[in-house]
Design a protein around this ligand. Sequence first.
Ligand code: C2E
Ligand code: MG
Ligand code: MG
Ligand code: MG
Length: 277
Amino acid sequence: LVKDRNGNDIQFYSAGMENELSERMSLESKLRLALEREEFILYYQPLINAQSEKVQGFEALIRWKHPSEGMISPARFIPLAEQNGLIIDIGQWALKRACQQLKQWQELGYDDLYVSVNIAPQEFQNPDFVEKVEAILLETGIEPKSLELEITERATMENISYTIESLKELKKIGVKIAIDDFGTGYSSLSYLKEFAINTLKIDQSFIRELTLDDIDNKNAAIAETIITIGHNLDLKVTAEGVERREQLEFLKARGCDVLQGYYFSRPVDEEKAIKLL
Ligand code: C2E
Ligand code: MG
Ligand code: MG
Ligand code: MG
């Protein structure tokens, strides 16, 4: 700690801290530039009807196509975008892009196809959110029932009375709501009866490690229980992270409605996605 000309304390950072800070700052401005330069891209992972094993929709998953670093995973930039508020603009871009893409596919004759879009807690808690969703539906000409919004338990728990109201409004519009990463949040189950939702997405951590060799497998018990809770509440249940045939068989036998995972396909670009139809 040293004094400046006016006698105020100046904090000096260690070289390590300084690097960390400037890296963060530059990533933040890089994210802004990326948005302007349209470096973001959506990949699409099929949502498989468990009964027919056919593609019934796609989850849109963002990537950053960095000019020199190549494809950057959302895990590396979404948390930062959430910290600096850029997630609002990035999320808005993703929602609109996904709806435009769906419109193209529907115009090719895939009328019943839908798209599922991830919504960050900050986006969902933004007072303009419902209006923005309506505006994008109008602008892109997508029917509300063809759009599913994925929100996490974390997003719903931040302000429960607001969440109940927003979900009611979204239901009125006709948009579908899925609770993403279900089973990993810290919320109580009581909200399931208050929230106007359509789908529970069983978190992939329960599915990926689901093996049938082990009769005491706790993941299998949890997955089975979530399917039962969902169905008893008239909700659809999706399993994400399906990587093996035995997991598919297990989930199908227990009536899981929608399956998603590398077993069927990784997230792919729009050209590969259309081929999966
Ligand atoms: P998520 O919404 O839970 O998406 C599922 C993630 O699991 C995706 O990772 C997907 O590629 C991956 N995955 C799917 N099937 C399998 C599988 O069988 N095995 C394994 N190991 N992984 C599988 P991705 O694309 O890296 O996205 C990570 C997270 O980033 C997403 O988790 C979501 O929370 C967030 N995200 C992605 N796109 C957006 C977006 O547009 N907006 C917001 N707010 N968040 C996004
Ligand atoms: Mg998701
Ligand atoms: Mg998930
Ligand atoms: Mg996740």
